[in-house]
Every structure is written in C-alpha cells, then in structure tokens.
Design a protein around this ligand. Structure first.
Ligand SMILES: *[C@@H]1O[C@H](CO)[C@@H](O)[C@H](O)[C@H]1NC(C)=O
Ligand SMILES: *[C@@H]1O[C@H](CO)[C@@H](O)[C@H](O)[C@H]1NC(C)=O
Length: 531
C-alpha cells in the first residue's frame, strides 16, 4: 500500500514568468520643437513649482478641464500630448487599465504572487525589492511607448470581511502589516531619488471598502458605517503609513460612502485628513467613475454640476472617468466652483508629472532612460518572483512529519484536484501577461513520475463522477498532492462569497482521497496555503 500522507495546496497564484524599443516623441517639451522648448515650464533648472505655475498660467479654462480626467486631453498649442493616467501594477505590470499595452517589444512582464501571498512572508525587504523590479519593468515599458508612469497600486484596503472578492489583492486584515506593506511597496515603486519619481504609486481605495456585491448591496451603493475609533485605529492606518512613511504620490478615493458621505465628496477625508494632516505630496484620484456614481446611482447631489463642484472642493484632483471633463466648466459658469480651485487640482497632478520627468524632454537622456526590453522578465526578476512565492507559502501542519518529499522514497506522485494544471488561475486578478507558466503538475513532473487525476471537472466541483479515479490514483502512488481551491469564477472583483468553505464538493474529494489512504481517522493531512 502506498503512502500515508497527502498535501493540499489551496488556490495558488504564484506567477513566474521572459522579455523585449524605439525613439518616441516626448510627452512635452520636445527638444526638436523650437517654439516651445524654451518656455519656462520646460526649463529643467527652474523649481518645479515655478514651472507648474507658468504652465497653469498659460492654459484656458477649457484646456484645464481637459486635464481633470484619466484620459487627459492634449494641449497642442503648448506642445503637450494627451496622457492616460490609468495603469496598474498590483503584483507586476498589469494589462488592466488603458495606460498599458502588452505586445510588440513588450509582450509579457514578470508576475509576482498575488498580494495576499506575498504579504504572508511578513518581509518588508521583499516587498520593497518587488516594487523595484516592477518599476524597472514599468519604466522599460514606458521608454518603449507601451505604458504610463502612474500606477494605481497598491490596494491596501483592510480585509476585514474575508468573503470580499478583492481580499486577494490586499495585504490582509492587520492595519500595521498593511501599512508596512503599503510603505515598502510604494518606496520600491517610486525609487529613492529625492523628489524625483521613478513611477508614481497610488494607495487605494480610501476608505472602508471591503464589499463588492453582497446580499443585494453593491459597492456603488454601500454605505460603510464606521466609528471614529475604528477609523483611526483600523481603516486610516495603511493609508496614513502609505502617505507619511511611503511618501506615496497618489491616493484614490473609493465608490462607497462612509457614514453617509461619498468618500470622493468628503472634504474631511480628502482635504483635511489626507492632504492636511498626513501632508500628501501628490494627487487624489477617484475610482472609475466615483463622481458619476455618487451623482447617478447614489443621488447624492441633484445636479451633475454640484457633483463636480463637490468633488473638487473636497480635494479631488483627478477623475478616473469622464464626469469632471463633462460638467466642470458648467459648474464654474453656474458659480459653484471657481477657477482657482481647478488650478489647485492641476497643481497637484502637474507636479507629479514634472517629478516623473514628463516635462524634461527626451526620456532616453533622463534617469531610468536606459531601461528597456532586456530588463523585462530577466532571470533575476523571475528568480525574485519565485522567491516571493516560496516566502509566502504557509505550511499549516506537517504530520509525521511527512514533508519534505524525497525523490528517493517517492517514486510516483498522484496529483489530484481542479487546480492541478492551471496557468492564469495562479496569478489572480490585476495581473499582466506572465513571462511563462509552470503548472503545479509540470513542476512536480520534474521530480517524480506523475499519476494525474483532476477529481473535479473545475473548481465549482458539482459532480463526484471523477472521485473514484482520483482515489485509485492516490492508492497507486507513493505520495498524493491535492491542488484545490478557488479561481476568479468563485471570488473576484464584483463577486463576493457567502461562505469560506471550498466550493462545491471539493472538501468531499479531499476527505475521500485522504480517508482511502489513512483509514477511519484520516489523519496526516498536511495543508499548505499558497494563495
Ligand atoms: C526577506 O526577503 C529578502 C529578499 O528576498 C531575503 O534576502 C531575506 O532573507 C528575507 N528575510 C527573511 C527574514 O526571510
Ligand atoms: C497541463 O496544462 C498545460 C498548459 O495549459 C497543457 O499544455 C498540458 O497538456 C496539460 N497537461 C495535461 C496532462 O492535461
């Protein structure tokens, strides 16, 4: 009779990934543009604040309003191109968000494990190192015209309700761990070059957001009721540490309301707390499109102009979505907002763009200008992704002990479970295109003879039809590894869970395979958690 132990791998988002330039017209202040390159806002030697004020002073109200949205308009008169602010880099450069385009010289990027795994390493050095690698690849992609420089990552919402579909994106429920994660990852992304930014990170979504769609309430209609103490002790902490210790260049406000006020319309949260008390040196952006949501779905104001004015007066500087582009000019005409308040918003966004070097002319002659396709998916980057996966794995029990497995004693290994041979499932959401994949099955195959039985057709596991074959596989093998868990069809953005158990009949499969080997007590089940 074979083996006496079984290993269960729950979920699995460990991504390991390969690689890949051209001269582009700079975003602004093109050295070949004789008429504009001498304007004060293009003068690298002048203080940034002087340059920003010079630029704002040259723009019409209409031109300014065109810069209040993620898909910021060009100002051809001043030699400024359009800019897409929305890129994502939750655990590697992501293809979510229109600012990043995989393909051409940049078909792939290094994918790190989903954040909930990386956080389980409790290793701030690792978190910062990952941020450095991700920003190397992001800069390389920017230099090649494939990505922006403003990344709306990390997600540091407190994972208070473990049924939340986006908990996988977060560093967990502990405020201090989440705060340390935020500050470390942001430092890695933004670099360590004084006031200059390698890329601009963003801590989101401020605040008390941990519900997507649950029991008839979605995030667009969720009103989080939070006591003052819970706000200060819990929900504020990761954001405060992100701003004060990480010196993040951006904070995003959420869709939900807190105590009856949409976060993106709340001057107490934005102006007073984030900018006033924590001294954010950067811009505040809305979720996409929080302003349209609190007008159209929450009916928080009776006119769109009031909604636009409330956001900017509350301290919002940039709108993800079209709403401020459509209604801000009329808000000014109706006397709900004055142009100085718009100037203030632009001061915050343009300062970040200047700190990124976007008004310094040719990127190739600037810091980070040498980064290119060779950086992306380099062996060193892929090795760090693997290292992060190793550091994040949690061994809950080692009965016997039966681990580690040995190539001497375990000549054959049964691989069972719906996630045994998955690829994209491993990298979770807000991922990019990985450099490459090694499925659990392919990985174990390098060490041992494999007997593969999925056991369930998919993670939903509604039928026990394949259970018998899985049990037989386990009986034949010297060791059995069950690769169980979830994927985005079970837990995702817009998809909260109602419980925390394994889906469908997965638990039954685990028990049946284990008990067929262990006898009535079914002991000896080792559990690894690799999210
Ligand atoms: C933290 O991670 C770094 C980078 O991988 C590694 O060198 C270091 O040994 C880790 N620290 C601990 C305590 O594991
Ligand atoms: C495992 O997955 C890989 C990648 O999708 C696929 O090429 C291979 O055929 C699968 N192996 C089995 C045994 O199903």
């Amino acid at each position: 009779m074979p083996t006496s132990f079984i290993i269960t791998l729950l979920v699995l988002f460990l991504g390991v990934s390969l690689k890949t330039s051209k001269a582009l017209v700079p975003f602004a202040c093109d050295p070949n543009d004789g008429t504009r390159r001498n304007l004060p806002f293009c003068q690298v030697k002048l203080p940034i604040q002087t340059r920003v004020n010079d630029l704002i002073g040259r723009m019409t109200l209409q031109e300014k309003v065109g810069l209040l949205v993620n898909n910021a308009a060009a100002v051809p008169r001043l030699g400024i191109k359009g800019y897409e602010w929305w890129s994502e880099a939750l655990h590697g450069v992501s293809n979510v968000g229109p600012g990043t385009k995989f393909g051409g010289a940049f078909p792939v990027a290094t994918s790190f494990p989903q954040v909930i795994t990386t956080a389980a390493s409790f290793n701030a050095t690792l978190w910062e190192a990952i941020g450095q690698v991700v920003s190397d690849e992001a800069r390389a992609m920017f230099n090649g015209g494939a990505a922006g420089l403003t990344y709306w990552s990390p997600n540091v919402n407190i994972f208070r309700d473990p049924r939340w579909g986006r908990g996988q994106e977060t560093p967990g429920e502990d405020p201090v761990v989440a705060g340390k994660y935020a500050a470390s990852y942001v430092r890695g992304l933004q670099g360590n070059d004084g006031n200059r930014l390698k890329v601009a990170a963003c801590c989101k979504h401020f605040t008390a957001y941990d519900l997507d769609n649950w029991n008839g309430v979605d995030r667009f209609h969720f009103n989080a009721k939070v006591s003052k103490q819970d706000m200060v002790d819990t929900f504020d902490v990761p954001f405060r540490m992100c701003v004060k210790e990480g010196k993040v260049a951006s904070v995003m406000c959420s869709y939900n309301q807190v105590n009856g006020i949409p976060t993106c319309a709340d001057p107490n949260l934005l102006k007073k707390t984030v900018r006033g008390q924590w001294r954010l040196d950067g811009y505040i952006v809305s979720d996409c499109d929080s302003v349209g949501v609190y007008y159209g779905q929450q009916h928080y104001t009776s006119t769109p102009e009031e909604a636009a004015a409330d956001a900017i007066k509350a301290g919002l500087d940039l709108n993800c979505g079209p709403f401020l582009g459509q209604h801000t000019e009329d808000a000014v005409k109706k006397g709900l907002l004055n142009e100085a308040e718009i100037n203030n918003a632009l001061l915050n966004t343009l300062t970040v763009q200047m700190r990124l070097g976007m008004f310094d002319g040719e990127p190739s002659s600037q810091p980070y200008g040498n980064l290119g396709p060779a950086e992306v998916c380099s062996p060193a980057h892929q090795e760090l992704a693997l290292e992060a996966a190793r550091q994040g794995i949690v061994l809950l029990k080692n009965h016997g002990p039966s681990l580690p497995l040995s190539t001497r004693r375990h000549h054959s290994v049964a691989i069972v479970g719906p996630n045994s041979n998955v690829t994209v499932t491993m990298i979770g959401n807000y991922a990019g295109v990985a450099c490459g994949y090694t499925t659990p099955l392919q990985g174990i195959e390098r060490y041992s003879k494999i007997i593969y039985q999925q056991g369930c057709a998919d993670v939903a596991c509604v039928s026990d039809q394949q259970f018998g074959a899985a049990i037989d596989a386990a009986r034949q093998a010297d060791a059995t590894i069950l690769v169980m868990g979830l994927d985005q069809s079970i837990e995702a953005e817009f998809r909260d869970r109602t419980g925390l158990l394994l889906p469908g009949r997965q638990q039954e499969l685990v028990s049946k395979v284990a008990c067929s080997l262990e006898g009535p007590n079914c002991i000896g089940l080792n559990v690894w958690w690799a999210h």
